[in-house]
Design a protein around this ligand. Structure first.
Ligand code: AMP
Ligand code: MG
Length: 469
């Protein structure tokens, strides 16, 4: 069965300095883990073709489909605030782009597809764990309605990858509005390559922000999307874990799921990443880190913004608008979580009191909100609930419906993701498939999956999540 992917590759038409042509490196024995049928159709692809032996070869990087122009993108970035002048796709190859059924341009990328000129010391590979984690978490994020890269497929390689031990290798087929990062701008800005910066800004405006007439418009638009995105993450208890500038997508999608996780018990200082020893990317720090990253982005655009002092003033003002935009998006998100549709001055305070109670009591973030949405108030929260009831009496919305749509019953709980990975490593994909299926409808009550709603028992808590690249 021939695999047809109607590529239209705009990134490959950018100057040579933007990437290196690079084919994926073939693997020993391609095997299928999953194909995302719904996403395949959305992209105008035939899921049956992707599942065929030829399709699996394409998804594992052993066969280049017609029209693909495989390449590795170059970028730079601040990793944990430390400047790295050249990063780039070290283990990912962009096959090309397609225009989806809605007319949107989407990247199709193989992650774990072998070494590239940007691999530095790495082997260019991924093991099954991070591939399944990204698959589950990115698809759950999409099911929550939060902008994110997607998972089109996962394959095994039949090869081992050497980490702390030898682990089964895998490849993730990732779909993104684009893979352009703050770090992509930083790469050219650091080289003072204004021509490249202009070409990149033009590309990004055409692709993601067609209403932006100037680089300042672009800056404002990117800031607005990030403010909403981070507020939405906060609303589902998501901790990205590695919010480096190279992991912040210009499109406003969540990108680069590494040691990320959703909180079980609520605490604002929660950190999961084993490499984040100072808690730089803790839950509550995410909005301030976004500002830090966006300030980097703003400074990259300065050479495109005309006279220097005026440009700096405008860019500074734009970045300083983030806290208000974020506060507004956060309130919108959390008002819905407690069923409010009208705005009152005391709302932020009411929400904060609930969160403070949750932190003090180690309440499960997801379940507390979900239970409140069926009017089930945990012990000790009665006083807060009286204020909440009084506030709701002044609201006109359908609180139950608003809350049911804002508070998922199911999140990819870390211990369940780990359990699914462990089973997959020993050849059993059933837990992965079940999680994937349940998380596709996270707002639905699914009594048969009640076990997946339960927070981890003390001995099941995952303290640290490893990057595992
Ligand atoms: P991350 O923080 O996971 O987004 O990765 C940071 C950088 O390291 C990116 O440029 C990756 O492409 C690169 N990288 C991560 N893992 C590997 C690997 N196994 N081989 C080569 N490059 C890698
Ligand atoms: Mg990255």
């Amino acid at each position: 069965m021939t695999v047809h992917i109607p590529f239209d590759n705009s990134y490959a038409r950018l100057p040579d300095s933007f990437y290196t042509s690079q084919s994926p490196s073939p693997v020993a024995r391609p095997g299928l883990i999953a194909v995302n049928d719904a996403l395949a159709r959305e992209l105008g692809l035939d899921p049956a073709e992707l599942r065929s032996p030829e399709g699996i070869e394409v998804l594992a990087g052993n066969r280049i489909p017609d029209g693909a122009e495989p390449l590795a993108q170059v970028y730079a970035g601040h990793q944990f605030a430390g400047w790295v002048p050249r990063l780039g796709d070290g283990r990912a190859v962009l096959l090309g782009e397609v225009i989806d059924q809605a007319g949107q341009r989407r990247d199709i990328q193989l992650k774990g597809a072998g070494r590239t000129p940007y691999s530095r010391g790495g082997d260019g590979r991924a093991w099954l764990g991070p591939v399944l984690r990204e698959y589950l978490v990115s698809e759950a994020m999409h099911a929550f309605g939060i902008p994110t890269t997607r998972a089109l497929a996962a394959t095994t390689t039949g090869q081992e990858v050497l980490r702390e031990t030898a682990l089964p290798g895998a490849v993730l087929t990732r779909v993104a509005a684009s893979h352009i990062r703050v770090g992509t701008f930083q790469y050219f800005a650091a080289r003072q390559d204004v021509e490249a910066l202009q070409a990149l800004a033009d590309h990004v405006i055409t692709r993601h922000y067609p209403d932006a007439a100037t680089p300042l418009d672009l800056l404002n638009a990117v800031i607005a999307r990030q403010a909403t995105l981070i507020a939405r993450w906060m609303g589902v208890g998501f901790i990205h874990g590695v919010m480096n500038t190279d992991n912040m997508a210009i499109s406003g999608e969540t990108i680069d799921y590494g040691p990320c996780a959703f909180m079980d018990a609520y605490h604002p200082e929660t950190v999961y990443s084993s490499i984040d020893s100072f808690g730089r990317y803790a839950y509550f720090r995410q909005p301030e880190i976004a500002v830090w990253n966006l300030a980097q982005f703003a400074s990259c655009l300065l050479p495109l913004m005309g006279e220097k002092d005026a440009a700096i003033a405008a860019a500074t003002e734009a970045v300083h608008r983030f806290p208000d935009l974020y506060a507004e998006a956060w309130l919108t998100t959390f008002r819905a979580k407690i069923g409010l549709t009208l705005e009152e001055d005391g709302d932020a305070d009411l929400i904060q009191k609930l969160l403070d109670w949750m932190a003090a009591n180690g309440a499960d973030f997801t379940n507390t909100f979900r239970f409140l949405s069926v009017d089930s108030v945990p012990d000790g929260l009665e006083e807060w609930a009286r204020n909440w009831t009084a506030r709701r009496a002044r609201d006109r919305g359908d609180a139950a419906a608003v809350m049911a749509a804002a508070n998922p019953a199911f999140i990819p709980r870390n211990h369940r993701v780990e359990e699914a990975i462990k089973a997959a490593v020993s050849g059993d994909l059933a837990p992965f498939n079940r999680l994937d299926r349940v998380l596709a409808q996270p707002f639905d009550d699914q009594p048969a999956a009640a076990d997946l709603q339960r927070p981890p028992a003390p001995d099941e808590v995952v303290q640290r999540t490893f990057c595992g690249t």
